[in-house]
Design a protein around this ligand. Structure first.
Ligand SMILES: Nc1ncnc2c1ncn2[C@@H]1O[C@H](COP(=O)(O)OP(=O)(O)O)[C@@H](O)[C@H]1O
Ligand SMILES: [Mg+2]
Length: 322
């Protein structure tokens, strides 16, 4: 029995690139008196289960020489993963979250996407801040024009980065006042009905502040987004950021770390603009500080000399991802 378990637990569910062990998918193994191996599974979708049957049968009957096999899927997993092609690809998702608005999520999302592109990755951005979308503004996209093909959205491409945003659907300066079901529909379209490049390495998700509907919905669209929490290092933003982080953990997302934005002004020496006693957000969330971005004075929040900061930050993020 041990032999069977040790072999099949390492089998990979190709659709999501995880082993049966990682998914806690094997619920019971038994062998009857007449050498029939009975294995039951849980936590798998029907397709995932069906795709594994042949290989498991081969291991049990051919490799290990048992007489017969019976495979059962006890509890079928109901997820959107099968409908959502993004989940079955190699694409990794990085969600940029915060407790409070205005701490720099969108600026950081845009710059990290550009930094990852410079490192040679293929990158996309989903602007999930439906009520306050700013990604197109940061990329200097002025026309609202997401085109459709066969009822799917074609992402806007700027600087080789695929981008979707509510700001590219709604004419400029018109406020967006949608209720939750419509918001959910739009997010679902961004994740499920958008023609993302097959070979994207990373999709950065610019989240709205706090732990509202979008954060809850995110889990339905992507199974394992890694979360980066952005905060300024003042006590109010940090304490609310802890709440957002705990919310993300509760929803089952892994926190990659914290970025402290506008953390100092450089004028011959580092000056903390908030000048408050430091609150250890990383300790509260049991994570690390991925890096600190200074307060940049003047225009041009994208690229220029500042890219060196984001390239270093990008390296730290990649280290944590591997
Ligand atoms: N490191 C920085 N230095 C100076 N200004 C910044 C910095 N990061 C962000 N900002 C500015 O702060 C404001 C809020 O940033 P934004 O990225 O829109 O935050 P959020 O998406 O969290 O609401 C913007 O005006 C932005 O230009
Ligand atoms: Mg924003």
């Amino acid at each position: 029995m041990k032999q069977i378990l040790s072999k099949i637990k390492l089998l990979k569910v190709n659709e999501i690139n995880k082993t049966l062990q990682e998914l806690h998918a094997i619920s019971n193994v038994s062998i009857s008196d007449d050498d029939i191996v009975d294995i039951s599974f849980t936590n798998l979708t029907k397709t995932q289960f069906n795709n594994l049957k042949r290989e498991i049968t081969k291991i049990v009957k051919l490799d290990l020489g048992h007489k017969g096999i019976k495979l059962t899927l006890k509890e079928e997993k109901e997820t959107v993963e099968e409908e959502n092609p993004l989940n079955s690809r190699k694409t990794k998702f990085i969600a940029i979250e915060s407790g409070k608005g205005g701490v720099g999520k969108s600026t950081i999302t845009a710059n990290l996407a550009l930094s990852f592109k410079r490192k040679g990755f293929k990158v996309g951005i989903i602007d999930c801040d439906i009520y306050g979308p700013t990604i197109p503004l940061l990329f200097d996209i002025n026309d609202c024009e997401l085109l459709m093909k066969e009822e799917k959205i074609i992402p806007y491409v700027k600087d080789s980065i695929q981008i979707v945003s509510a700001a590219l659907l709604i004419p400029d300066n018109r406020p967006i006042m949608w209720r939750a079901p419509m918001l959910n529909k739009l997010l679902s379209t961004f994740f499920n009905d958008t023609l993302w490049n097959e070979d994207l390495d990373y999709i950065f998700i610019d989240m709205p502040p706090g732990t509202g509907d979008v954060s809850i919905d995110l889990k339905n669209f992507v199974k394992d987004a890694k979360v980066i929490i952005v905060t300024t290092n003042d006590i109010v933003a940090s304490k609310i950021a802890v709440k957002a982080g705990l919310g993300a953990i509760e929803l089952g997302h892994e926190i990659l770390g914290v970025i402290e934005n506008m953390s100092y002004i450089y004028n011959n020496e580092k000056i903390n603009p908030f000048n408050l006693k430091k609150f250890s957000i990383e300790k509260e969330l049991n994570t690390v500080i991925l890096g600190s971005i200074p307060f940049f004075i003047g225009s041009g929040l994208i690229e220029d000399k500042r890219k060196v900061f984001y390239d270093i930050l990008g390296d730290h993020i990649l280290e944590r991802l591997n």
